[in-house]
Design a binder for this molecule. Structure first.
Ligand code: B12
Ligand code: SF4
Length: 504
């Protein structure tokens, strides 16, 4: 009997309640599962007390694998690693995912962590487990770093590998019913990933560091087989795409959309990640397929209404491209989630100048989003504050301008979504951005009520919720129409309600 593999996906955000499939862990399990290893996937939606489960399960496990983005997942990951080592001193602790990939050596300095896997994880994890079983070290496995007799060993990077011949995703490893959610576009939605990487060079983005501007996509027939299996086996009717950029290969994207129509699939796709310039210039056939396959939404890094910011982040497009793209979406009835970024670091400026520039970025982006949201009441804005990620082109600029880089893994756990990270962004700017993005934009989107209501089962609670929702929606609309972002009492009340609500 093979020894067990324990994998953990910590909670990414204090307000975000994990409800979806821990897809990074499903993906890294492919080869191990095929070879018959018992695998225990742990996430907060799968276990009432994930840390207790880790304590128990670690006693008989060969390894504990942790997946972490930069931010709060690190806190949960360290806690789990400590618990596992206390329960079983021989267990090997392996970290993978985005943060270990952007800052591998510092991650390995943590006393509880034995091995770090950079980049694409499935084959590397399998190879590492084989070596552990044989009592050998990890020499020659690309993307692996490890500690041995107090010394750090670093293997060369792993290049993105085609996933076409890989074993299928082992969905059976989790209780799918705990990972199916109501969304705006489907009653049974699950997340899925059809490609890895991105060929573009946005200077703030970890893709550039981790996948070195490479991209691999699963072939269209295999994607369609997966969708069909999700529909027929698990009765899924909506799929949230987690690809970094779905439309890299337009021929492939068209074949997938056309396949959905030709095979008569009723499953709807949502949140397909696309670039404004590329999609604004795409031919009508792609747009018609998006419409005819009933694709719900596109997630677009519009980034800014300020051309200087777009140039500094190497977005390789003009603000005007965002307008052309938004117009196309309106024409074809596709909802858009426009993601934007403010507080961009720019060399040769004082902090005061950068604070003023941040004000300018906020107001030009608000004007741009104001227009886009008026195109379709379902359109959604998102506004984030720039966060420096190691290895990205803008990181050194941020450090030169005074960003205090954490010297230990723990320090990165505090890089929370709407917190101010850089000295030129003021607390007031951070508060405003957070309120606009996580509160006002949520209530302006007329489809929010569909998923929010859909996740409450008790009819009385549902009625109360709809009543409170309508009041908040009116206030948020008033704030947006008059651009009133001061005295955020309603926002504080909303955060309180959100913290204390278990279903949303
Ligand atoms: C879904 C998602 C989220 C979800 C939750 C994700 C979760 N893990 O629970 C939510 C909405 C909460 C979220 C929030 C944020 N996210 Co996010 N998110 C994503 C997204 C779109 C998909 C993640 C995913 O599941 N991918 C699919 C899986 C299969 O790929 P993967 O995670 O890379 O896993 C592979 C490898 O990394 C590795 N691997 C992963 N885990 C493990 C574990 C082990 C043991 C091993 C060996 C290997 C391994 O193997 C896997 C298969 O090859 C990614 C972009 C992307 N395409 O990955 C961004 C991404 C991860 N997010 C990012 C960011 C910046 C954020 C935010 C900060 C803000 C924002 N603008 O979105 C917030 C805040 C999070 C925080 N720190 O508090 C960045 C990460 C940067 C970084 N250095 O961490 C990404 C890469 C987007 C980007 N290109 O900038 N996000
Ligand atoms: S921001 Fe989007 S387009 Fe730019 S490099 Fe990252 S994934 Fe690619």
């Amino acid at each position: 009997m093979k020894k067990s593999i324990l994998l953990f996906n910590p909670r990414p955000d204090p307000y975000y309640k994990p409800v979806d499939l821990p897809i990074p862990l499903i993906c890294v399990s492919r080869f191990l599962d095929k070879d018959g290893y018992p695998i225990n996937i742990i996430a907060e939606n799968l276990y009432d007390d994930p840390y207790e489960e880790i304590r128990e399960s670690a006693k008989n496990s060969l390894v504990l694998g942790i997946s972490a983005m930069t931010g709060l997942q690190i806190e949960g990951g360290i806690k789990a690693s400590k618990i596992a080592k206390e329960a079983n001193k021989n267990i090997k602790i392996i970290w993978g995912g985005w943060h270990p990939s952007v800052h591998p050596e510092q991650v390995l300095e943590n006393p509880y962590i034995d091995i770090v896997i950079k980049g694409q994880g499935a084959r590397a994890l399998y190879d590492v487990v084989q070596r552990i079983e044989k009592g050998e070290n990890y020499e020659g496995i690309p993307g692996v770093l490890w500690k041995e007799n107090g010394q750090t060993h670093i293997n060369p990077n792993r290049e993105l590998e085609s996933i076409d011949d890989w074993p299928p995703l082992p969905y059976h490893l989790v209780d799918i019913e705990k990972c199916v959610v109501v969304t705006e576009f489907a009653t049974r939605t699950i997340n899925y990933v059809s490609s890895y990487g991105c060929p573009y060079r946005c200077a703030f983005c970890s893709e550039v560091t981790v996948n070195d501007r490479r991209w691999v996509g699963l072939n269209p027939e295999a994607v369609l087989d997966d969708l069909e299996k999700l529909q027929n086996t698990y009765h899924i009717n909506g799929v949230n795409l987690y690809d970094s950029l779905f439309f890299v290969n337009v021929k492939r994207a068209k074949a997938i959309l056309k396949g959905i129509i030709d095979r008569g699939l009723t499953i709807r796709l949502g949140n397909l990640d696309g670039r404004a310039k590329q999609l604004a210039e795409a031919d009508d056939e792609l747009w018609e397929l998006l419409r005819d396959s009933k694709t719900y939404s596109i997630l677009c890094g519009a980034e800014s209404g300020d051309q200087e910011s777009l140039d500094v982040i190497d977005k390789d497009m003009d603000v005007e491209d965002n307008y052309k793209f938004a117009e196309k979406c309106r024409q074809y009835g596709i909802k858009v989630i426009f993601s934007t970024l403010v507080g961009i670091p720019m060399l040769n400026h004082t902090h005061q100048e950068l604070t003023e520039k941040t004000n300018g970025q906020i107001s030009s982006t608000i004007s741009m989003l104001d227009k886009f949201l008026s195109y379709d009441s379902r359109n959604r804005g998102q506004m984030f504050i720039y966060m420096p990620y190691p290895g990205t082109p803008l990181y050194d600029t941020a450090v030169e301008l005074g960003f205090q880089e954490p010297k230990q893994l723990e320090g990165w756990a505090h890089m929370k979504l709407y917190d101010k990270q850089t000295p030129w962004v003021t607390p007031k700017q951070a508060r405003t951005v957070s309120m606009i993005s996580s509160y006002i934009f949520m209530f302006l989107d007329t489809d929010t009520i569909l998923w929010a209501k859909g996740r409450i089962e008790n009819p009385v609670k549902k009625l109360l919720f709809v009543w409170a929702y309508q009041i908040f929606a009116r206030i948020a609309k008033f704030r947006w129409e008059h651009k009133l972002f001061g005295f955020p009492l309603d926002y504080q009340l909303f955060l309180f309600a959100k913290r204390n609500n278990k279903s949303i």
